[in-house]
Design a protein around this ligand. Structure first.
Ligand code: PLP
Length: 398
């Protein structure tokens, strides 16, 4: 099956999402017919004479068949040119930044994003020489004003954001970035390719923490990049640059981790439907709860980004955040009282998780423009029975 084509383009295979998730990059094994790609737990490959590589494989940092299967599947799901799999989401982000920027360049970054992404920009990339301007991506004039003509090489978006669930208009940001000769990068971790297709909306690179919904079972840490089939002229060698840096920096996904993510992707569509169903039930409870002062979920008509989200997302996802009238003490108490919602970092697994971003996932943003409110609780709504989840939250808020 030709899986690299973008659905809707003239050479498209026109296979649906789940067919691509289950088959792209995953032809039955040529040797044995195994219907699942084997885990090629191997570092090096026999050469048939010097330079006589079998299938292009020489050393597993450069390429590994299990990782290649995952990369092809990711590209097919995002409708992209190439996929690249990494050891973590942050490894993917770091590799991308080095591939598309140089010291002295500038990036526009969200003023609301995963704390680790901001830490990478502020504490690693900035000392290396990449300046950044945290910006409200919902305010397109602010984005235009933040661009430094000639220097800005990246506009970085996350939508919906972690943990405030704000929405960025991908198509509008793509226009602004391209006018400035910059790339638009979209972190699609929360939405997943099932709910949102940033490349089709004009983005140039999609970033994933595959640790989350792509893997889906809280048993692997991984990251990915997928590139557009039509990069802007300034970046026409985008695929080659990333491939070079992936190998030169070496933060690749190992074969077993790649295999776990590939297995997770097969059920992404059915999991996401259930995550969305359950999140809607949870939002219904929270929206009418007297102890809750605000529910942050892009599916709510009252959400500031609802209109854009409804345009660019198929559904609104499994992440829900809310604020408590009783402030930080009540937020911490709710996290402690929840039982089915396990208190823990991360998200996107089949099991429901609850956390306090200010003290946990986003502690690194304290004192910065990205600091999150301390009365905020974040839920990763899993795929358990909705009634049980609602009952657990009722108890947690009692
Ligand atoms: C939206 C988002 N992007 C990137 C990352 C970083 O991914 P990883 O933890 O796999 O390095 C995370 C981690 O929580 C995230 O939530």
């Amino acid at each position: 099956m030709t899986s690299r084509s973008t659905p809707g383009t003239p050479d498209a295979p026109l296979h649906g999402f789940s067919t691509r998730a289950i088959h792209a990059g995953q032809e039955p094994d040529a040797l044995t017919g195994a219907v699942v790609p084997p885990i090629y737990q191997v570092s090096t490959y026999k050469q048939d004479g010097v330079g006589g590589l079998r299938g292009g494989y020489e050393y597993s940092r450069s390429a590994n068949p299990t990782r290649a299967a995952l990369e092809e599947c990711l590209a097919a799901l995002e409708g992209g040119s190439r996929g690249f799999a990494f050891a973590s989401g942050l490894a993917a982000e770091d590799t991308l930044l080095r591939a598309v920027t140089v010291p002295g360049a500038h990036a526009v970054v969200p003023d609301d994003a995963y704390g680790g992404t901001y830490r990478l920009f502020a504490k690693v990339a900035e000392p290396w020489g990449l300046a950044n301007t945290p910006t409200d991506l919902g305010d397109l004039d602010a984005v235009r004003a933040a661009i430094r003509p000639g220097d800005t090489s990246v506009v970085w978006a996350e939508t919906p954001t972690n943990p405030l669930l704000t929405i960025a208009d991908v198509a509008a940001l793509a226009d602004i970035a391209h006018e400035a000769g910059a790339l638009l990068v979209v972190d699609n971790t929360f939405a997943t390719p099932y709910l949102q297709s940033p490349l089709a909306l004009g983005a140039d690179v999609v970033v994933h923490s595959t640790t989350k919904y792509a893997g889906g079972h809280s048993d692997v840490v991984g990251g990915a990049l997928v590139t557009t089939t039509a990069p802007p002229a300034e970046f026409e060698d985008l695929d080659e640059r990333i491939a070079f840096h992936q190998n030169a920096m070496g933060a690749v996904a190992g074969p077993f981790d790649a295999w776990l993510v590939l297995r997770g992707l097969k059920t992404l569509a059915v999991r996401m439907e259930r995550h969305c169903d359950n999140a809607e039930r949870v939002v219904e409870l929270l929206a009418s709860h007297p102890r809750v002062s605000a529910v942050l979920y892009p599916g709510l008509e009252s959400h500031a980004g609802h209109e854009v989200a409804a345009r660019q997302m198929r559904r609104f996802g499994g992440m829900v955040s809310f604020r408590l009238r009783g402030g930080v003490e009540e937020a911490l108490a709710a996290c402690k009282r929840a039982e089915l919602f396990t208190l823990g970092e991360s998200l996107g697994g089949v099991e429901s998780l609850i956390e306090h971003p200010g003290r946990m996932t986003h502690a690194s943003t304290a004192g910065s423009v990205l600091e999150v409110p301390d009365d905020l609780v974040r839920l990763s709504v899993g795929i358990e029975d909705a009634e049980d989840l609602v009952a657990d939250l009722q108890h947690a808020l009692s």
